[in-house]
Design a protein around this ligand. Structure first.
Ligand code: PPE
Length: 319
């Protein structure tokens, strides 16, 4: 039997991030933000989380659409029947406090609520609910090449879970095994990211992104169905309307993506990422499309406080 070369240590447990973590109401060094191996969420995926970004602006770090993310975190808890010990406003405050404690000018922010370790067995209700907020640097989601040249997508053999199998509007830990399967399959086959269809064969979303199609100058956000109600999707729709682009949410099939002028993916981590090909078929010219690149640029301006009309989306950490 192979022996692990080093025993797991609490420090390993928090290796992805350094610095300070907000943990059940207190800011502590990351080495102290550790949990039991009998944590219910570790065994059954009974956690809910958010992915948020803060950007550098002329007025210091600003969190993008903080209130919408905290609200969705609480909604996710509600969906899985988890009593949150904190309100959305308390989560807002915890996030600002964590960024300040770490002195970061830009970062990715990961709040998490989870069931603790008092009782094993599927029924989680005897467990306490815990909360944490971690911050970390995070560059482009699919790599710098994907952003410049366009990402290469693969239609996954895994379908997005139907809404009566998993509550797909909840950002729940357990839901993400579906995303992990698709993402690993795509990666193992040499692609950058997976495209998941729903059970009926309609385009759902990426493993961690919503999808947009561009055709004849019209922007088609892929309609919700089983997808996460993406905050970046909502942002991009608002930016497009502001740019006087026609926006028509729609369901789409896989072949409609193949014949699009452009396809791009959006998400907090992915921001706006152009798609060059799907299943090795070039989309449009097979490169990052001009509208996708323009939207990426506009998005990056909005999140960093460069478009006054959208300043109300920003929460300035030092003010
Ligand atoms: N769909 C899924 C399945 C998803 O996970 C995300 C976010 C989105 C759509 C886009 O949602 P929004 O961020 O509100 O625009 N994915 C998060 C987690 C990524 C990860 O690898 O972890 C994110 O982008 O933060």
């Amino acid at each position: 039997m192979a022996q692990p070369s080093t025993a797991p240590t609490p420090a390993n447990a928090a290796a992805r991030t350094t610095g300070q973590i907000w943990f059940d109401g207190r800011v502590v060094p990351s080495e102290q933000a550790v949990v039991s191996v009998l944590t219910h969420a570790l065994h059954y995926g009974t956690s809910v989380f958010e992915g948020i970004r803060a950007y550098e602006t002329d007025r210091g770090a600003a969190v993008f659409r903080l209130q919408e993310h905290s609200r969705r975190l609480i909604d996710s808890a509600k969906i899985i029947g988890m009593p949150s010990p904190y309100t959305a406003t308390q989560i807002d405050d915890a996030i600002v406090e964590t960024i300040r404690a770490n002195g970061l000018s830009s970062c990715y922010i990961r709040p998490l609520l989870w069931y603790g370790s008092e009782s094993l067995g599927v029924d989680p209700r005897k467990n306490s609910v815990h909360a944490m907020v971690a911050t970390m640097p995070w560059g482009t989601y699919l790599g710098d090449d994907a952003v410049r040249k366009g990402a290469r997508l693969m239609t996954s053999s895994w379908r997005r879970s139907p809404g009566d199998v998993m509550p797909t509007k909840a950002k729940a830990g357990g839901n993400y095994v579906n995303s992990v399967l698709a993402r690993v399959e795509a990666g193992e086959n040499g692609f950058d990211e997976a495209l998941l269809l729903d059970k009926e064969g309609f385009v759902a979303e990426g493993s961690g992104e919503n999808i947009f199609v561009v055709r004849d100058g019209v922007l088609y956000p892929i309609a919700h169905s089983v997808n996460l109600r993406g905050i970046t999707r909502d942002t991009v729709m608002a930016l497009a309307r502001w740019m006087d682009v026609e926006v028509q949410p729609t369901m789409a099939t896989r072949d409609e993506l193949y014949t699009a002028d452009e396809v791009f993916m959006v998400g907090t981590a992915a921001e706006v990422t152009p798609i060059a090909s799907i299943d090795r078929r070039p989309i449009g010219d097979g490169a990052a499309g001009p509208f996708s690149l323009k939207m990426r640029e506009t998005y990056l301006q909005a999140v960093s406080g460069k478009i006054p009309e959208f300043d109300s989306w920003l929460t300035y950490v030092d003010e």
